[in-house]
Design a protein around this ligand. Structure first.
Ligand code: T46
Length: 140
């Protein structure tokens, strides 16, 4: 299953290496991902009812995987909005630049792991939706 959701945003099946002991997914930069891996972070223990994200990035590319539990990722390219439920540790969601994202409806056991192509850079964030729409318009 590979869905083109919005520009740079796809649901990507990950190869599961399984045997009688269980399952293992390996992700290698440049092979399983179209970028080199610069950073990995994960979100867990999310307070019930809160939303996270609510920003876009100028340049950052990421792959997000609900390695446990589930959450909803809303994606917005300034023209269209799509909502994806992440609930499978064998499926990743790529998120390209200039995509507004909001995460919600975290299950109590959700661990959302994100692989990114750059180290943390606060100046790459667009935190106001109106600023995001203006940047989309300016980009063309
Ligand atoms: C994104 C979504 C999916 C760091 O110090 N280093 C990091 O690499 C990250 C990601 C965050 N932080 C600090 C910055 C804040 O003080 O951790 C705190 C929480 O980060 P933030 O509020 O940005 O977390 P989310 O869940 O709203 O957003 C994160 C990513 O920031 C963002 O790039 O796409 O997850």
């Amino acid at each position: 299953m590979i869905d083109d959701l919005l520009p740079g945003c796809r649901l990507v099946p990950l190869t599961v290496r399984g045997d009688e002991r269980g399952s293992l997914v390996a992700i290698e930069g440049g092979r399983d991902l179209p970028f080199a891996i610069a950073r990995v972070y994960y979100v867990f223990g999310t307070t019930a009812g809160v939303d996270r994200g609510c920003h876009a990035h100028f340049k950052l590319r990421q792959l997000a995987i609900a390695v446990a539990g589930s959450c909803t990722m809303l994606l917005d390219d300034g023209q269209r909005r799509v909502s994806v439920r992440l609930d499978d540790p064998a499926v990743g969601l790529t998120m390209g630049p200039m995509i507004w994202r909001e995460m919600s409806d975290f299950s109590p056991d959700c661990v959302l792991m994100v692989i990114a192509d750059t180290v943390y850079d606060d100046s790459d964030y667009i935190r106001e939706y109106d600023d995001f729409l203006a940047a989309v318009k300016a980009a063309g």
